[in-house]
Write a protein that binds this ligand. Structure first.
Ligand SMILES: Nc1ncnc2c1ncn2[C@@H]1O[C@H](COP(=O)(O)OP(=O)(O)OP(=O)(O)O)[C@@H](O)[C@H]1O
Ligand SMILES: [Mg+2]
Length: 304
């Protein structure tokens, strides 16, 4: 199983769009994919329902909030019981493909640490004695046999380096970092690098202070995926090419695939309950662009 956390502190860079499309693209190649929505905005969850369906049963679904509230005993099974199969997507994937499942989110997980039994002290700070176990919560549970049927787990994170994002980071084999090729996004990539170093250090210090069976944390592999790239005469416009090259010069691994800026294809994504890669009426080059990204991710898996 490969666990990919889709992260970037910066908002609106395409994390949810990429998670949904890679999930559907990987499932269409025959893989068994689980997506976990760890963003209180629940955008990924909403992307798999039409507007009517959302009103009908989205509000009735059990969400990942139940997993945060769960006691340690039997916790992995609580997570497994939340899994939902988006019917529209799986019907399109068909019998020759794999399948795509989802753990839904809801706005109440915004303060996840306060939901977890015994995680914080009276002033709302994470108890040092709980630090390692809390950060390994997702890693632990995804290693439960209940999840061994999945080939890939994609975790869509909120635009913040919150406890939920840190849990996903600790669990991940790889961090996929969607970013726009602009100044602020380039800066955000560097900030994320710093945050990763700090988390790794803090985790390992807490682990040494209170020896636990947990393995030490290693810096996860990172790959930046540029999104919303504007194309002119067969290549990105100059100003964007400059920022892409700046990130490469930092030594950060970057996907060769550049996700093109196509508002007309992506603006309505989610409305029909299926991601762009399998939605009707989408230009073939938009689908091909997303399939290139799926291909490249599969190659990266081979090298992990
Ligand atoms: N390649 C693209 N071209 C044009 N628009 C895009 C593209 N990718 C995503 N978008 C649009 O950009 C907006 C933000 O995308 P998305 O929600 O995936 O970002 P995000 O990083 O998950 O945001 P947040 O940080 O709020 O979770 C959405 O309206 C989406 O439809
Ligand atoms: Mg999002």
């Amino acid at each position: 199983m490969r666990i990919v956390a889709v992260v970037n502190n910066k908002g609106g860079v395409g994390k949810t769009t990429i998670t949904a499309n890679l999930g559907a693209g990987l499932a269409a190649r025959g893989l068994k994919v689980l997506m976990i929505d760890l963003d209180p905005q629940a955008s990924l969850t909403k992307s798999f329902f039409t507007v009517d369906e959302s009103q009908l049963f989205l509000s009735k679904l059990q969400t990942v909030g139940a997993w945060f509230r769960a006691p340690d005993k039997g916790r992995a099974q609580v997570l497994a019981d939340l899994v939902f199969s988006p019917p529209r997507c799986n019907a399109l994937i068909g019998k020759q493909g794999g399948w795509l499942e989802l753990v839904p989110s809801d706005p109440l997980i915004i303060n996840s640490e306060s939901l977890i039994p015994g995680a914080v002290d009276n002033s709302g700070h994470i108890k040092p004695s709980k630090f390692v176990a809390l950060h390994r919560r997702l890693a632990e549970d995804l290693s439960d046999p209940a999840f061994s049927k999945y080939d890939v787990v994609l975790v869509d994170c909120a635009p913040a380096f919150s406890l939920t994002t840190k849990m996903a980071t600790v669990a991940a084999d790889m961090l996929l970092m969607p970013a726009r090729p602009d100044f602020l996004s380039t800066e955000a990539i560097q900030v994320m690098g710093q945050r990763l170093l700090e988390l790794t250090k803090a985790f390992n210090q807490h682990r040494e202070a209170a020896p636990a069976e947990a393995p030490p944390m290693r810096m996860p592999r990172v790959a930046v995926l540029f999104t919303m790239v504007q194309w002119y005469n067969g290549s990105p416009i100059d100003v964007q090419a400059q920022f892409i090259n700046e990130v490469k010069a930092l030594g950060v691994p970057v996907f060769d695939t550049l996700i093109r800026d196509r508002s007309n294809a992506y603006a309505a994504s989610g409305r029909h309950g299926v991601p762009t890669i399998m939605a009707g009426g989408v230009a073939p080059e938009v689908r091909a662009n997303l399939h290139d990204c799926v291909d490249e991710l599969l190659k990266m898996f081979e090298r992990l």
